[in-house]
Design a protein around this ligand. Structure first.
Ligand SMILES: Cc1cc2nc3c(=O)[nH]c(=O)nc-3n(C[C@H](O)[C@H](O)[C@H](O)COP(=O)(O)O)c2cc1C
Length: 184
């Protein structure tokens, strides 16, 4: 079992990264192979909108997305983490998401090999966990539409300084449990 962690905060070892790594830690405890990529450290260009990938399954832009496309195909589960930026995912996370089009055929069936489990992780400065709930559900619906097996979403609220999440020990423990359950 291979679990891939992808995380889209520009901050090194911030709240989102710590939560994604806690999930990966739980998966490792259960014997999974895990890999982590910080999306801002990768060369991910914007989608050119040419749609040639819809026919060929391959993006015309040669950058680090070629590597990530391969990692996704060889993974059983993907943890996608992003801080909330302006009520949405971070820009780098959106760049990554737009580049998932090669996995979709013209008839909207999928080129993904097998059903990939997806779990999403968000952190937000706002202490109210209801504020962006509809947006998180919207993203779950998007990934279901793209033929991923969406396993759920975790949200940390009130995280401003990069270490704030360390005070939320219950949530970090929950993240480890989610990692274990993803493998079970
Ligand atoms: C450009 C920018 C936009 C943000 N927009 C929001 C927002 O709309 N709502 C919110 O609750 N927090 C917002 N935040 C706060 C972050 O979501 C929050 O601090 C998050 O935990 C940061 O994650 P990180 O520690 O992994 O970088 C914003 C932060 C930045 C830098």
């Amino acid at each position: 079992m291979k679990v891939l962690g992808l995380e889209g905060s520009p901050r090194k070892n911030g709240n989102t990264e710590k939560l994604v790594k806690a999930i990966l830690g739980g998966a490792t405890e259960k014997g999974a192979d895990t890999k982590f990529y910080k999306l801002v450290n990768m060369n991910i260009s914007l989608c050119l909108g040419c749609f040639s990938c819809r026919e060929t399954g391959t993006c015309v832009t040669q950058d680090d997305m070629q590597l990530l496309h391969g990692e996704i195909q060889s993974s059983d589960a993907i943890i996608l983490g992003s801080p909330v930026y302006m009520w949405q995912v971070s820009g780098q996370t959106k760049l990554f998401m737009d580049r998932l089009v090669p996995f979709i055929k013209p008839d909207f069936t999928s080129r993904l090999k097998g059903k990939k489990r997806v779990f999403m992780v968000f952190t937000q400065g706002n202490p109210d966990e209801q504020t962006f709930k509809v947006y998180f559900e919207y993203l779950e619906n998007l990934f279901s539409f793209l033929h991923y097996d969406v396993k759920g979403t975790m949200v940390a609220t009130g995280t401003r300084d990069p270490n704030d999440i360390l005070q939320q020990t219950d949530l970090l423990e929950k993240a480890r449990e989610i990692g274990k359950n993803l493998v079970a």
